[in-house]
Design a protein around this ligand. Structure first.
Ligand code: NAD
Length: 249
């Protein structure tokens, strides 16, 4: 039993051992979901799925590749017969200043974060529509809201702000089909994105800007994803939920 008992969830970018996606995968599995981890590397995705226990699936899927997204969803539907939840978590960031962003930087960051979210949403939508149910959670960032974080450049802020627009537009369009779409905006969370890259001085500065006085943990973002994915949030759609220790107060 659990909040997602009998449900099937796809989480992209969830192979990273200490990442936000993996934390959600773990929590979802604890709450009774069967989980598919989609990530770039098949072995890593399968290993992460095996960590969750038996019955979970790891697939190689580059979310910037529309056909790959469709193939992954088709394969899961053939195996599971249903999909209830999609967490669009795959993302990359680059710590660049405005004038240093080249076309290739823009393409890479916009493609994974924003295009990937669109393609995965498109891939699951016909099925969710047929069943008139489903919950999609898109991972944005405090960088979208305050125009920059610690590691993201302006192109990352733009991609994550784009996700907020995409979230609201798809929530509006899919509401009639009983499909909810929400965004989570994590603040500064300790994961591999940040591990070992912060000086003591930087940490002091970061903590000073966080009313709760510490970085967040991946499981604290996962808890919010679980809420939005589950029927606890049955009347919540088109929202952006901050998980940032009060950084915007
Ligand atoms: P992470 O680097 O640990 O995990 C990201 C995962 O995405 C990796 O496993 C990577 O292989 C995968 N990935 C990259 N490109 C992909 C592609 N094209 N297709 C499929 N998978 C791909 O990072 P994380 O900190 O766990 O971040 C997860 C999400 O949370 C990202 O969207 C990130 O932007 C967002 N976020 C993180 C923080 C933070 O402080 N860590 C804050 C705000 C938002």
């Amino acid at each position: 039993s659990g909040l997602l008992s009998g449900q099937f969830a796809i989480i992209t970018g969830a192979a990273s051992a200490n990442g936000l996606g993996k934390a959600s995968a773990r929590l979802f599995a604890e709450h009774g979901a069967t989980v598919a981890i989609l990530d770039l590397d098949l072995t890593a995705a399968q290993g992460a799925a095996a960590d969750l226990g038996p019955g979970h699936i790891g697939l190689a899927c580059d979310v910037t590749d529309r056909d790959a997204c469709q193939r992954a969803v088709d394969q899961l539907l053939a195996q599971w017969g249903q999909i209830d939840v999609l967490i669009n978590n795959a993302g990359i960031t680059q710590p660049l200043k405005l004038m240093d962003i080249q076309g290739a930087n823009y393409d890479a960051v916009l493609d994974v974060n924003l295009r990937g979210t669109l393609y995965m949403t498109q891939a699951v939508t016909p099925h969710l529509r047929r069943r008139q149910r489903g919950s999609i959670v898109n991972i944005s960032s405090v960088s979208a809201q305050r125009g920059g974080g610690i590691f993201g450049g302006p192109h990352y802020s733009a991609a994550k702000a784009g996700i907020l627009g995409l979230t609201k537009a798809s929530a509006r369009e899919l509401a009639v089909d009983g499909i909810r779409v929400n965004a989570v905006c994590p603040g500064f969370i300790a994961t591999d994105i940040t591990a070992g890259k912060l000086t003591d001085d930087m940490l002091v500065g970061i903590k000073a800007g966080i009313p709760l006085g510490r970085p967040g943990r991946a499981d604290e973002v996962a808890g919010c994803c679980l809420f939005l994915a589950s029927s606890l949030a049955s009347y919540v759609t088109g929202s952006e939920v901050d998980v940032n220790g009060g950084s915007l107060i």
